[in-house]
Design a protein. Structure first.
Lengths: 627, 170, 106
């Protein structure tokens, strides 16, 4: 019974993909969209069923479909593991997925290839489910690669624009670099323990007497590099802002809520490995904190509404990695969930704005939209309050936990994270003020067409805003349902202390103060002073560096892309030319030989007869005289 | 010098001389006539070797049929005394070279094989009269005999077909 | 006269045959007229037949003569067909010099 429901969970989106690929064109736009949405909804219902039953079965459900690889003592089976962590992830993946599918039915309605869009979205959900639900690292890897592929397909969805294609390629290639790290990590772990199954690994590591700590650290570091690639940390983060070339639902689903959290999922799954390698954990924490700060500084200066949100995502992911690096996996998971809610809401809201302005994405041409689009305004406001850490919204609780953990373990990291949070509040409200307040700065024609978006767009916004508000309830300080829920996965939680002392309250106060300072600064600049960001040509000084993303893309281009281009040009001009001339040379030689051989055929019978005679002499003399 | 040897020498002289003249005469009709005489002399050789049947058949087939064919063809093509216009030096050189070469090689072979040739003995019994020949032909060589008749039939048909004038479309 | 070869000696027949054969070869290579070439070929065939018969006497075996028989049959057939071809060539080209038959030039 459980197996069947699990199979339905996994394969319903795949069925949706197949239907949309083969019959989507003939089904028409709305029907293909509905099929896509319904297939993800089925998965959500199945997940809810498992969620309901998990409290009765705390050790989770393990389903093994078939034996996949069996070589001497190394065996891998193709199986699913439905325990607390995977069900939690599946809930918000399929839930937010359903909402975004619903949103896309209206958002992509003018596009001719809508059925293809839904096919790709369904395929993506399928692979993401596979990633989360797998019982061993190899099934995870299938999902890992699959979501990378779907990300490429969806970023480059409007393929007629070459820049979008380049962005898609960039995303895929950077993901690939990370995947190499992941593979090396998987290989080392497989070599050390002869298994890739999570449960078996857990028992093997906890009962192991002599572990090769050196190799284990290398494996952990390699896995972390894989997570960097997928979750856009330094140095593999530059693909995420460029990935905004895809349609907004794609940005919301893949690059805010689901795919980029795969790295965090993997590290949380393998927490028993990372707990044993403190050096790697330190590296993770530092990288996370630095990424959070750097991305926040870049986000301060961006003028494209989606780019601001993209850098915000990178920054928040950095905070999650900071939590992971400090050993607080449950805090990272909490922040993943709340971030999924408010970031998806923000992206969908920005999509609504872009849709109303018929494709305008530059905030310098927006303004004063709050009267024309009230629902969008209120939902985005709620989400912005959540991300800035205003009390009682979900973001406050999760971010506060991260800062608490950072303070207890490393003051410098706490300072960095706090500064990043202040900047987050600033640029989020900069976005809100520039987009919704003051007067409209766009063209008159756009102004006359301003209207609120249809229901299919606003309903997901409302749902997500509600979740962003109440989402914090799942892990209140001192009484955390989430911590108790995740205890079977993270055994250390059972012995952790949850007490709220004065330190914690003071830190909470400092965090709230930081958020209010950020909002206040943004208010002062953009409302009181009425300033609008200047045009591209007039940016100068340090702002220019920030606006150009610290020139990291140009740096990568000079360091990696240009040498590879030179190398491939060398191969094309020298080696390829040499090889092909060698191959052609054979033909030429044969041609020459035959041309010379042609001269024997003179056509003169006298010559032929003479040749007869000579040949006869030769044969006869050989046969009779040479003996 | 026994009479046989004298007869042999005379016949050989005629054979070689007529063969030579066949090649070197300018008029094709003369060549044909010389060849006929050559064939007759070879028939004489056969008689000398006591192969009577073969001699008669040789005369009938070669002089009587083949040379008639040649003569008819020559007359059909109306070949007169012709000077051959173009005969480069290299051809003459090549012909002479090959002549000497073949001669030398063949003689060398035969000299080399003298031990195999061995001694000549007679048993006195009849081995080549027409009776014996007939028996051998129709007993051991029955199949080639029949095939030879088919070959002749085919040659006849082929010759007729090849020399048919193409019908002109009216 | 069964022991004729005692008087004449087989070497004489060998020499005769060889020289006749070489005359035939010379004729094939020397003359440009197709008819004469044919006749030279006949000379070659005859030389060989002569040698066969001589050796048949030498070995007291009739098989040599049987071979000459068949050789004669084949020669007859070959001459018939060859002359027919020659006549066709003459009809198409107007002359029978073998220098003119150059269509196989590569």
């Amino acid at each position: 019974m459980n197996t069947n429901i699990a199979l339905v969970l996994v394969f319903a989106p795949f069925l949706g993909f197949l239907i949309n690929v083969f019959f989507g064109k003939s089904l028409g736009k709305t029907l293909s969209g509905v099929i896509g949405t319904v297939s993800v909804l089925i998965s959500f219902i199945a997940t809810a069923y498992f969620f309901g039953g998990i409290s009765a079965q705390p050790e989770g459900i393990k389903i093994s479909l078939f034996d996949w690889i069996q070589i001497s003592n190394f065996s891998v089976d193709f199986g699913f593991q439905l325990d607390q962590l995977s069900i939690l992830w599946l809930l918000f993946v399929t839930g937010i997925g359903t909402l975004i599918h619903m949103y896309s039915i209206s958002y992509m309605h003018e596009d001719d290839n809508m059925h293809k869009f839904f096919a790709y979205l369904n395929l993506f959900i399928f692979f993401m489910i596979m990633l989360v639900i797998g019982s061993n690292l190899l099934v995870l890897f299938i999902g890992w690669e699959g979501v990378g592929l779907c990300s490429y397909l969806l970023i480059g969805f409007w393929y007629k624009n070459q820049e979008y294609n380049d962005a898609a390629k960039k995303a895929f290639i950077m993901n690939r670099i990370g995947d190499l790290g992941l593979l090396i990590g998987i290989f080392i772990i497989g070599n050390l323990f002869s298994t890739l199954d999570y449960a078996t690994l857990k028992t093997a590591i906890s009962s192991a007497t002599d572990l090769d700590m050196y190799m284990l650290s290398i494996a952990a570091f390699a896995l972390f590099i894989g997570a960097c690639g997928k979750s856009a940390q330094i140095p593999l983060y530059t693909w995420l802002p460029d990935a905004m070339a895809g349609p907004t639902p794609v940005s919301a689903l893949i690059h805010a809520a689901t795919m980029v959290t795969a790295g965090i999922f993997m590290i949380t799954r393998l927490n028993f490995i990372f707990d044993l390698t403190p050096y790697v954990q330190t590296i993770i924490a530092i990288v996370g904190a630095v990424t959070a700060l750097v991305a926040a500084t870049i986000g301060l200066m961006q003028n494209d509404i989606k780019k601001v949100l993209a850098y915000s995502t990178v920054s928040q992911l950095g905070l999650m990695f900071l939590a992971l690096g400090l050993g607080a996996y449950e805090v990272a998971v909490f922040h993943v969930i709340t971030h999924a809610f408010f970031k998806a809401c923000l992206f969908l809201g920005s999509g609504s704005v872009i849709h109303a302005l018929h494709g305008e994405q530059d905030m310098r041409n927006m303004g004063g939209l709050k009267k024309a689009m009230p629902v969008t305004f209120i939902t985005m406001l709620i989400a912005s309050l959540a991300i800035s850490g205003v009390p009682l919204f979900s973001g406050f609780f999760s971010k506060d936990e991260i800062l608490l953990v950072a303070f207890h373990q490393s003051i410098p990291l706490w300072i960095v994270a706090s500064i990043a949070s202040i900047m987050t509040a600033f640029y989020m409200f900069r976005l809100m003020f520039l987009t919704f307040f003051k007067e409209f700065r766009g063209t008159a024609e756009q102004k006359s067409h301003l209207h609120e978006s249809p229901a299919l767009i606003t309903i997901p916004l409302i749902v997500l805003a509600i979740l962003a508000t109440v989402g914090g309830l799942i892990s209140l300080p001192g009484n955390s349902w989430l911590n108790e829920y995740l205890t079977p996965i993270l055994p250390k939680l059972a012995t952790a202390e949850h007490h709220l002392g004065t330190t914690e309250y003071i830190l909470m106060g400092i965090a709230v103060l930081g958020g209010i300072i950020g909002i206040g600064l943004a208010y002062a600049k953009y409302i009181k002073q009425n300033s609008v960001p200047v045009a591209d040509a007039e940016i100068s000084g340090f702002s220019k560096v920030l606006y150009n993303k610290y020139y990291v893309d140009e740096f990568y281009d000079a360091l990696f892309v240009k040498p590879i281009n030179v190398l491939s040009r060398f191969f094309r001009d020298t080696i390829e030319a040499g090889l092909s001339s060698l191959v052609f040379g054979f033909g030429k030689v044969t041609n020459e030989l035959s041309y010379q051989g042609k001269k024997i055929q003179t056509g003169s019978i006298g010559l032929y007869l003479f040749a007869f005679v000579l040949g006869l002499c030769a044969i006869v003399s050989y046969l009779f005289l040479a003996q | 010098m026994s009479t046989v040897l004298i007869i042999f020498s005379v016949l050989s002289a005629i054979t070689l001389a007529t063969a030579f003249l066949t090649i070197f005469s300018k008029n094709p009709i003369h060549s044909a006539i010389y060849l006929v005489i050559c064939f007759f002399s070879i028939a004489g050789h056969y008689l000398l070797l006591n192969a009577q049947f073969l001699a008669i058949v040789h005369v009938i087939v070669y002089s009587g049929a083949i040379m008639i064919l040649f003569l008819f063809t020559i007359m059909l093509m109306n070949l007169n005394e012709q000077r051959e216009v173009y005969r480069p030096r290299i051809t003459r050189l090549g012909a002479i070279v090959s002549f000497c070469l073949i001669c030398l090689i063949l003689i060398a072979i035969f000299i080399n094989s003298k031990p195999i040739v061995g001694e000549y003995t007679t048993t006195g019994e009849d081995y080549q009269s027409i009776k014996v020949l007939g028996k051998i032909l129709l007993n051991e060589y029955m199949v080639p005999f029949e095939f030879a008749s088919v070959l002749l039939l085919v040659a006849m048909i082929g010759a007729v077909l090849l020399s048919k004038k193409e019908k002109l479309e009216k | 006269m069964n022991n004729i070869l005692n008087h004449i000696g087989i070497e004489n027949y060998i020499f005769l045959s060889v020289i006749l054969f070489c005359i035939g070869v010379f004729g094939v290579l020397y003359r440009r007229n197709a008819i004469i070439v044919f006749m030279s070929i006949e000379i070659m065939l005859n030389a060989v037949s002569l040698l066969f018969v001589a050796f048949s006497t030498y070995h007291q075996d009739a098989q040599g003569q049987v071979f000459v028989f068949f050789s004669m049959a084949v020669a007859a057939a070959e001459v018939a067909v060859g002359l027919a071809i020659l006549v066709s060539i003459f009809r198409n080209l107007g002359s029978i010099t073998i220098d003119n038959l150059k269509n196989l030039k590569g």
